[in-house]
Design a protein around this ligand. Structure first.
Ligand code: GLC
Length: 459
């Protein structure tokens, strides 16, 4: 972003009509993918209704859990180390989760402020955590003798959370999982199997809110018969929302490990790990701080997206202590400030700021300060920064009516002219919390336009 000297700017006390837009989005890169609507009858028309709770929710928990959790080297280990199938199967003998594992996850999710949970019902390894008539390679027919998907569903419901099923189309265990690409009868069998277990998942567990497909290797959408797949899913679960990883557009896009807003109206959800692995990885200590998690969540909310944040429990279902501690800190903040995220509107033009990020709801703009700037030596020579500790927003094109600290409701003095909003009454020392929210009540829907500053300012 261009930085210019602003010392000559004359500030007009109190509110003047201003407007806003955004400048070069930094963290939020706009994606312009062309999306064709899903063809399933009625499903596109009622998408707004089906997606309402999902847009409102903003924050979910992803859970990667399976036989790979026994090894503790994340979920691709079977392929990455080339473990023979017959050996890998033996892991099921050691996959003996504690009885209340799913309850622990669901409690943590609720405490963290997450509104839904998406669990791997079957990852690429092919082991089904649910009961199936179509395979013996599933938890109830293995040493643990339990339907772990049932336990997950019950746990999420008990905490009032929405329920999502992750399902990997790619399957490293099924005999037809690779040869389906070159052998038509294998393809038919494998597609029948895949549709069949999805039917079981959509039938046996009551109302399911999200179906989260993953990796469609090695077939095309046509070969997977994905259209019929979605039609079957919607006929069994008319209110469900589905993602775009079965080769069709689905209801929402799934940027992975990055935050990428869409410039069209297509819904999106960023999924991200808490360290760098999805499945439990003993050696991975690259944990994100609670502040980093919150900043990501705010970035998603600003861009109209959701944030699906992963935990990788150990084989017994226990959550790595670091994950618990990060999510608990996130939850403490969410308890006091979550309302600036739930139900937030997409802010046009992805405005950014060096020490804050934004969310917006109706006529209210939330300035979420993550790097408290305190005093600046520039206040000696620049009246712009006096009285001391002035925070400013350039290019806010909407008139501000009042400003207060979100948490304490303490009213803050401000001045606003055509180019800059200056906020005073702030302490020099950083408050003892990762992100402090200022609530700006505006005369209309807030708009920030960085380019307006560049072009309209007096030079
Ligand atoms: C990738 C990985 C997978 C993980 C998923 C989460 O597709 O293959 O292991 O489950 O991303 O989005």
């Amino acid at each position: 972003m261009q930085r210019e000297t602003i010392s000559r700017r004359k500030l007009i006390v109190s509110a003047m009509a201003v407007g806003l837009t955004a400048a070069s989005p930094r963290a939020l890169e706009a994606a312009t993918s062309e999306v064709t609507p899903m063809k399933t009858a009625g499903v596109v028309e009622n998408r707004d209704r089906r997606m309402r709770w999902w847009h409102e929710a903003k924050f979910g928990m992803f859970i990667h859990w399976g036989l790979y959790s026994v090894i503790g080297r994340e979920e691709w280990i079977m392929e990455m180390e080339g473990i023979p199938v017959r050996q890998y199967e033996l892991l099921a003998n050691q996959f003996l989760p504690a009885p209340d594992a799913a309850r622990q996850w669901a409690r943590l999710a609720r405490k963290a402020g997450q509104k839904y949970m998406v669990m791997t019902t079957k990852h690429h390894e092919g082991f089904c955590l649910f009961d199936s008539k179509l395979t013996d390679y599933c938890a109830p027919k293995s040493a643990c003798k339990r339907d772990l998907v049932r336990e997950f569903v019950d746990a999420a419901r008990a905490e009032g959370l929405r329920i999502g099923f992750y399902y990997s189309l790619m399957d490293w265990h099924h005999p037809d999982g690779a040869r389906c690409a070159t052998d038509e009868s294998a393809r038919k069998r494998f597609v029948a199997y895949t549709h069949g277990v999805l039917r079981e998942l959509m039938t046996n567990y009551g109302k399911i809110d999200i179906l989260w497909y993953d990796v469609d290797w090695p077939l095309s959408a046509e070969q997977w018969e994905s259209k019929a797949m979605n039609e079957m899913v919607f006929s069994l679960q008319p209110e469900i929302v589905v993602n775009n990883r079965n080769g069709l557009d689905g209801d929402f896009q799934t940027p992975e490990q990055k935050i990428e807003s869409t410039t069209n109206n297509v819904a999106w959800e960023s999924c991200m790990t808490l360290n760098e692995s999805w499945g439990y990885s003993k050696g991975d200590q690259a944990w994100k701080s609670p502040e980093a998690v919150l900043r990501n969540l705010l970035e998603c909310a600003k861009g109209g997206g959701n944030y699906l944040l992963n935990i990788g429990p150990e084989a017994d279902g226990s959550i790595p202590l670091q994950s618990v501690s990060i999510l608990e800190s996130v939850g403490q903040w969410m308890q006091q400030n979550g309302d600036v995220i739930y139900g937030a509107d997409k802010l046009a033009n992805a405005p950014w700021h060096p020490y804050a990020t934004y969310t917006a709801k109706g006529n209210t703009l939330y300035m979420c300060v993550f790097a408290w700037p305190g005093h600046t030596p520039a206040e000696q020579s620049l009246s712009f920064y006096r009285p001391p500790v002035v925070f400013a927003i350039g290019g806010l094109r909407t008139r501000v009516e009042s400003i207060r600290l979100f948490k304490t409701k303490q009213v803050l003095p401000f001045t606003q002219d055509d180019i800059a909003l200056r906020i005073g009454g702030l302490p020099a020392a950083a408050p003892n919390e990762p992100i402090v929210v200022l609530e700006l009540l505006c005369a209309g829907k807030p708009t920030i336009d960085h380019e307006y500053v560049r072009t309209a300012r007096v030079r």
